[in-house]
Design a protein around this ligand. Structure first.
Ligand SMILES: [Fe+2]
Length: 248
């Protein structure tokens, strides 16, 4: 089984996957997955805080997979080893915790996923680079090229997309005023890159996080589900649709 949710921000919102609250978690096994659509937050201080939360997550019976959001410590994240994982490259954090990297395609439990983390922070004026803000929250040209190359190999067809931010024509993309200027010439506007993906890629459902709410938006009949409070079971997705706010 595959469960998917949005941002957990370490201790702030991790309760939603604590089996005391996440009832299904009491019955999951090492064959099951919980996927977080960015703002994992458990790789943040590179020390005892991270160890505490990673130890706890590792003690749970399922596999925890996450894409990166804009609130990760990218300096620490980059120190974890890259391994081959389910047809793509992933960073192995613990025995059952993996970072699904930007531009990779994975085959998880018979479903194919294209993953592309990262997002604009809309509060960088209050943040300090390499302390609580990293330019690497946006993709580089190399990561974009890796994505295009991998999608070419998969003939631009997957089952699901996992991202943190959204594509340009999604209504949430306009929620905050953002600019590429603080990032520099190596970085790419994530909204417009995801827009390219949305227009060209054949997929069934797009999942994202970042906007701290539970929404569904249809772009030319293709659903984009934004998750925050809900932890949805992929195999029974239809039962969750009435719980999501429809945005146009
Ligand atoms: Fe967040």
């Amino acid at each position: 089984m595959i469960y998917i949710t949005g941002d957990i921000h370490r201790e702030q919102d991790i309760h939603k996957i604590n089996p005391r609250e996440f009832e299904a978690g009491n019955y999951l096994t090492p064959d099951d997955y919980v996927i977080i659509c960015g703002d994992f937050g458990c790789i943040w201080d590179g020390g005892s805080g991270d160890r505490f939360w990673l130890n706890w997550l590792e003690s749970l019976p399922w596999n925890t997979l996450f894409i990166d959001g804009n609130h990760e410590n990218f300096d620490v994240l980059s120190t974890y080893p890259i391994v081959d994982y389910k047809g793509g490259k992933a960073r192995q954090i613990r025995s059952n915790i993996f970072h699904l990297m930007r531009g990779e395609v994975y085959d998880i439990d018979g479903h194919t996923f294209f993953t592309f983390g990262g997002a604009y922070s809309h509060d960088i004026m209050y943040r300090t680079e390499h302390v609580n803000w990293w330019k690497d929250e946006l993709p580089t040209k190399a990561e974009v090229n890796n994505a295009l190359c991998n999608l070419e190999k998969h003939h631009w067809k997957v089952d699901y997309v996992l991202s943190h931010d959204v594509y340009t024509c999604h209504p949430l993309a306009k929620k905050y005023e953002v600019s590429l200027s603080p990032y520099g010439p190596d970085y790419v506007d994530i909204h417009s890159f995801l827009d390219t993906i949305n227009r060209k890629l054949e997929y069934k459902v797009w999942f994202c996080g970042h906007y701290h709410g539970d929404y569904i938006h249809y772009d030319q009949k293709k659903p984009c589900i934004t998750l925050f409070n809900h932890v949805v079971l992929l195999e029974e997705l239809d039962t969750y649709l009435p719980l999501l706010e429809h945005i146009k």
